[in-house]
Design a protein around this ligand. Structure first.
Ligand code: NAG
Ligand code: NAG
Ligand code: NAG
Ligand code: NAG
Ligand code: NAG
Length: 479
């Protein structure tokens, strides 16, 4: 820092302004250590995106040294500076914003040591200035490129160029929320170093190429929010390192492949909003690391009993709503001690709810509404108080809660007390019967006035009663 003690105040000021950098004040080595072609290539490449008004050589004479460009990083190779990172687009206030008719120039592909290339919020005009991804030249970056990202570019249209298949060093390919269309090229399967592939929020269509199943290093696969059709490839069973698989919001059909059971490290499986069918595949219970499973909004059908839920001890969130499930809620779900969210609403589930569900230590939302559950809810006043409307049991016409809870004010929302509407009939004889299938199910049937009244659903039978009286009155009137 001694060298900063120069005589002219002005230079001192400049030094302090452009970071107090001893490197800058001591020497200008960094200026000379960048090849002219590399430097000019960088300027021309950037200019293509941000506009010709941008004069790099004037504004940033030493881009790898004392006049760094926001979004550009460099590294030394054999004593020379090379660009390793190029981020284009509105990332920060002072970053390189794109002009409306941003374009790819060949110079981008001449940056020999480019490892990271990102375009964020750069191509924004799908109608006035649509831009296609450059189709050729990607092979020139094959030796160096590790991360390629196009994010939030609605004006980026057309297909994934097949030449992406040459980028065999790529570890991360992110094509998130652009206007890309067409099918996914099968040669994406060549990108054997990939750890992350995100294709979400485009308009991709067609089938998922089976070749993706060969990406054995893959940790994250997200193709959600597209228009992909066909089935989940059986080859996905080969993605044994995978942590997150998100194919939600597509048009996928067919069954959940047995091979999913191989994904022992998977923590997230999101297949919501597709057209999957064929029941819950038994091998789902083998995905022992799963923390979040979301299969809602698929006509999957079948029965929850298929799966030994106790094997999935890491489950935190389980969303199986809108799936046309039948049968009852299995006891094995009541041992999932990490479960916070359980959504089984809008199915065709029947039978009783085990009171053990309320004892799950982490549970903070339990949705069972829109089913055909029956009997008396045996949860505590404390549970109803804690959960409020995050316990959804409404729209189960044959469900009720014990009348004693009425006075506490903590009752399940939208559920009737068991004795509602029949208090006048208490003096009559009670006939208690047990259901054939399940001795836990208790129905009280009151027989009175010649009509059977189901205590479980008093209002329904009241309607029947009223209807019959009306019919009798009408008949009297007509006769
Ligand atoms: C940038 O500025 C330099 C120096 O003023 C000039 O020689 C060069 O032609 C300019 N380049 C562009 C592309 O405008
Ligand atoms: C997806 O396909 C549906 C019908 O198959 C179509 O209505 C919709 O516009 C498509 N969405 C996109 C984003 O292409
Ligand atoms: C699964 O995760 C464990 C623990 O993180 C790791 O040791 C193992 O290599 C992973 N398996 C695969 C196939 O990647
Ligand atoms: C529910 O299951 C019952 C009995 O199997 C069937 O009659 C009914 O149509 C189903 N309802 C729905 C909404 O799937
Ligand atoms: C609901 O369950 C009751 C009794 O278990 C049955 O009689 C009825 O058909 C079921 N309703 C539907 C819509 O499945």
């Amino acid at each position: 820092m001694e060298k900063l003690a120069v005589k002219t105040k002005g230079l001192l000021l400049i030094c302090s302004l452009i970071l107090i950098s001893t490197v800058f004040c001591e020497s200008d080595n960094s200026i000379s250590a960048m090849e002219k072609s590399e430097k000019e290539g960088l300027y021309y490449a950037i200019q293509g995106f941000v506009g010709n008004w941008w004069n790099g050589s004037e504004l940033f004479p030493d881009p790898c040294g004392w006049t760094p460009i926001q979004g550009v990083s460099c590294d030394l190779f054999d004593g020379f500076w090379y660009v390793t990172v190029l981020n284009i687009g509105k990332i920060q206030d002072n970053s390189l914003k794109c002009q409306p008719n941003a374009e790819f120039r060949r110079h981008v592909f001449e940056l020999k040591h480019l490892q990271t290339l990102s375009f964020i919020n750069c191509f924004n005009f799908p109608h006035q200035h649509p831009v296609f991804i450059e189709t050729d030249n990607w092979d020139k970056l094959a030796g160096s490129l590790v991360s390629l990202e196009f994010r939030l570019n609605p004006g980026l249209i057309g297909q994934i160029p097949p030449s992406f298949g040459s980028l065999t060093n790529l570890q991360s390919l992110v094509l998130l929320e652009n206007g890309l269309t067409g099918g996914l090229p099968a040669n994406l399967g060549n990108l054997v170093s990939l750890k992350r592939i995100v294709l979400a929020g485009n308009k991709f269509s067609g089938q998922i190429p089976a070749s993706l199943g060969g990406l054995t290093e893959l940790l994250i696969l997200d193709s959600s929010r597209n228009n992909l059709t066909g089935t989940l490839p059986l080859t996905f069973g080969g993605l044994t390192s995978l942590l997150k698989l998100d194919m939600s919001n597509n048009l996928l059909d067919g069954m959940l492949p047995n091979e999913l059971g191989n994904l022992k490290n998977l923590t997230l499986l999101d297949l919501r909003n597709n057209r999957l069918s064929g029941g819950l595949t038994k091998s789902l219970e083998e995905m022992i690391s799963l923390e979040e499973m979301a299969l809602s909004n698929n006509p999957i059908g079948g029965n929850l009993m298929t799966i030994e839920w106790q094997n999935l001890q890491n489950l935190v969130s389980l969303d199986l709503s809108y799936m046309s499930l039948t049968g009852s809620v299995p006891e094995s779900m009541t041992v999932l001690r990490r479960l916070r969210f359980l959504g089984l609403n809008h199915n065709n589930l029947s039978g009783n709810l085990s009171p053990k569900l309320a004892a799950l230590p982490s549970l903070s939302a339990l949705y069972m509404n829109g089913n055909n559950l029956t009997g008396k809810l045996e949860f505590s006043e404390w549970f109803y108080g804690k959960m409020g409307r995050r316990f959804g049991a409404w729209s189960n016409p044959n469900l009720c809660y014990p009348v004693e809870l009425m006075s506490t004010g903590h009752v399940p929302f939208g559920v009737k007390p068991c004795q509602q509407g029949v208090t006048l009939l208490e003096a009559n004889s009670n006939i208690k019967i047990s259901s054939d299938e399940d001795s836990n199910q208790k129905y009280s049937i009151l027989v009175s006035l010649g009509y059977s009244i189901n205590v479980v659903d008093g209002s329904y039978w009241k309607v029947v009663l009223v209807k019959q009286i009306v019919i009798v009155l009408l008949m009297n009137y007509i006769l």
